[in-house]
Design a protein around this ligand. Structure first.
Ligand SMILES: Cc1cc2nc3c(=O)[nH]c(=O)nc-3n(C[C@H](O)[C@H](O)[C@H](O)COP(=O)(O)OP(=O)(O)OC[C@H]3O[C@@H](n4cnc5c(N)ncnc54)[C@H](O)[C@@H]3O)c2cc1C
Length: 398
């Protein structure tokens, strides 16, 4: 088994690390404190090629494999979770979903500008009254000739107020909505500028304050039939396959957060003294640092395995969910302990660890809550859940 990164993967690691340091490290604290999303940052990510990661070159992307995408997520989240979230929704949830399920025409029209970074994309499933319970969504799409008319509201959508393209999940068969039958759901590609589409930002968030999270209102938005992604009734399968890629980026990002907590804790533990010696020499402090170091390695292996399965074209829903579950739990624990090691200073914004702590909580909620992933893992282990083959699968990197 070869654990070393390829030259391409190392190049992505170096490029992303340098980019995050240069473009975000110095300003992220202020962006977080003022909860101000910097739209120019997306342009800079595009120029660096980050918005086209893992998309084939013939569709305007970089052509890197899926491990490289994970590496970039780790490097971005080392600086701040909000940077990684951009890749999670733009590449993970949207572009890779277009790559998997889109027709050639749809790829040329929407994926190419997204991979080049000319357009920013996101994915909208959650609504004010339904998140984990996907069948509880209310948004519906009524067929009218060669168009669908979309009505509904989406909430807690990353990049909602800045994105140009949206993948929207909606009911297309009212009777199936009543019966909570997933085969009545379909996915649509909606563009900013379509009549009836409005977006807003959500303020007062606990974490990811430097990122944009918002709502989308769909008020009789007329969407051509050509904008339907996949077949009618395939929406739930498409959304779940999108989550396989989104959750992977969250899992990979979580190890960046753990490493950031570890580095900050090691630095502080070496200089802070109590009882006549650096706190690094107290065994209980050492224990917290040892846990971070171990969790970083273990969680990294989990997402690397999921990434390897993706590169091989093998189903990875179970492995990706496990990597997300463990990575996000360990990141929350690492951030909590990093605050603990910093004592009262950890409780203030003077140090980064309080931001890490607030950011870590979000990932226990989005892309499947901690509880939903535990249920999934329990069901797999008990033989109550089995993955059925999908009509379209994530392409093997070219
Ligand atoms: C920062 C941020 C960014 C987000 N970005 C996006 C995005 O880009 N696109 C998008 O579509 N959504 C996004 N979301 C929404 C996110 O995916 C949902 O919040 C998440 O799925 C949980 O849904 P909910 O908030 O409605 O909680 P609920 O589903 O109402 O759950 C509430 C609580 O009940 C628990 N629970 C629910 N059902 C069960 C069960 N069966 N068994 C045990 N416990 C259960 C949950 O684990 C949770 O603790 C984002 C959320 C946040 C916070």
């Amino acid at each position: 088994m070869d654990f070393s990164f390829t030259d391409d993967q190392l190049q992505v690691q170096g490029l992303t690390r340098e980019f995050a340091n240069r473009e975000a490290a110095a300003t992220i604290k202020e962006c977080d404190e003022t909860a101000c999303f910097d739209r120019d940052f997306l342009t800079k990510m595009a120029e660096a090629g980050l918005l086209g990661l893992s998309i084939p070159q013939r569709y305007g992307g970089t052509g890197n494999d899926y491990i490289a995408l994970g590496i970039a997520c780790e490097e971005l989240e080392y600086v701040d979770t909000s940077l990684r979230v951009v890749l999670s929704v733009h590449v993970g949830l949207n572009s890779l979903t277009l790559l998997t399920w889109g027709t050639e025409e749809q790829k040329q029209r929407w994926l190419v500008p997204q991979a080049k970074g000319d357009k920013v994309a996101t994915f909208a499933m959650t609504e004010p009254s339904a998140g984990s319970d996907v069948a509880g969504i209310q948004t519906h799409a009524r067929k009218d000739g060669k168009e669908y008319v979309l009505v509904g509201e989406k909430m807690w959508i990353s990049l909602a107020d800045v994105a140009d393209h949206f993948i929207i999940l909606a009911w297309t068969v009212p009777a199936k909505r009543q019966a909570r039958d997933h085969s009545g759901l379909s996915c649509f590609i909606v563009e900013r500028g379509m009549n009836g589409l409005t977006t807003a930002s959500i303020h007062g968030k606990l974490g990811v304050r430097a990122g944009n999270t918002g709502s989308i209102a769909l008020d009789d938005v007329r969407v051509p039939e050509a904008n339907r992604l996949g077949f009618e009734g395939e929406g739930f399968k498409i959304a779940m396959s999108a989550l396989d890629q989104g959750r992977y980026t969250v899992a990979a990002g979580s190890t960046g957060l753990i490493r950031a907590c570890l580095d900050a804790s090691v630095e502080y533990a070496r200089i802070r003294t109590t009882f006549g010696k650096p706190i690094a020499e107290h065994q209980l402090v050492k224990e917290m640092i040892a846990e971070m170091a171990g969790d970083y390695e273990a969680c990294r292996l989990l997402w690397l395995k999921a990434g390897w399965l993706k590169n091989e074209g093998k189903r990875n829903t179970r492995e990706t969910s496990l990597a997300k579950l463990y990575g996000c739990a360990a990141a929350e624990e690492a951030a909590s302990n990093a605050v603990q090691i910093h004592g009262a200073y950890g409780f203030s914004s003077e140090y980064n660890v309080e931001r890490f702590y607030r950011n870590a909580k979000g990932a226990q909620i989005y892309e499947g809550t901690r509880e939903i992933h535990k249920l999934l893992q329990g069901d797999y282990a008990l033989g109550l859940r089995e993955d059925k083959p999908l009509r379209c699968t994530l392409p093997i990197p070219e």
